[in-house]
Design a protein around this ligand. Sequence first.
Ligand code: 76R
Length: 278
Amino acid sequence: MSESTTGLPAILPTEGLHVVHLFYRMEQEPWSYLESTERRKRRDNLAKIVREIQAQPDTQLLPYSVVSPKADLGFMLLTPDLQVADRCSKMLGESLGAGMLTPVFSWLSMTERSEYTTSEAEYTAELKAEGIDPSSPEFATKIADFNDRMEKYMRRRVYPELPEAQEWPVFCFYPMSKRRMHQLNWYALPFEDRKRLMGGHAKIGRTYSGRVLQLITGSTGLDDMEWGVTLFAKTTSEIKAIVYEMRFDVVSSHYAEFGEFFIGIRMEISDLCNRLNL
Ligand code: 76R
């Protein structure tokens, strides 16, 4: 077993990354009692910890200011080893000293493949239906291109690279589940029906291409709902529009349950410290 940078045996997923969303309230009152040299020291410590985490292999840490009194600041952390995820979360929480950052919400999830993407067998059937001869070189090329495309696509989902803060400053996070009610039970639907319904969902999603980036991470068995939805946009209007439009899609209108919503503004840790008057 490989040893993690924590000194304990690494806890690695069979594939993909652990994802932690952290939301804190900044306790201004105890902070205001500190001497200015002490404040500077602690502020520098937070910035140092953020840089240290960002320097860990295969790890991304994204700080943001939270726009509502639900929280003041937060972090999204992606890293393979659960030991590292746990240690980094604790380091961030303690970075300004005891009692300064109060956790108000958090989410543990993992990146995952999509269950509903087109399989090679389905694509083969589509090509045959188009009348392309399965023994032709054209057919073979199309299948090879398809597999290449799907492989790249799956890698992006399972090992995502978070977009640049400057270009995608608006961050939105909320947990969601699929309904398990008597008449409306997503999990009691046959796979083919779920796949067809998800096709409609994805069709709406694709009309937001270039305007909204989504990262759907699975949290069944890990946290209180089944997925974490992380959206990035250039402005809040796009977030509001996609979430509203999807509410009319059957996958959401019939089957979705939502948790709390958070809107954040991504910024460098130094700007975040300024925003919080640290
Ligand atoms: O894998 C893919 O990206 C292609 C198809 C796709 C799947 C399988 C897809 C596309 N999504 C998938 C799965 Mn989605 N998504 C959400 C929300 O607020 C709401 O009503 C729902 C929250 C948004 C905004 C969104 C956006 N999606 C899922 C799942 C897992 C379901 C399961 O496995 O049962 C959830 C919970 C979920 C929720 N989705 C897209 C988008 C967008 C923008 C796309 C298009 C992506 C693209 O083509 O670039």
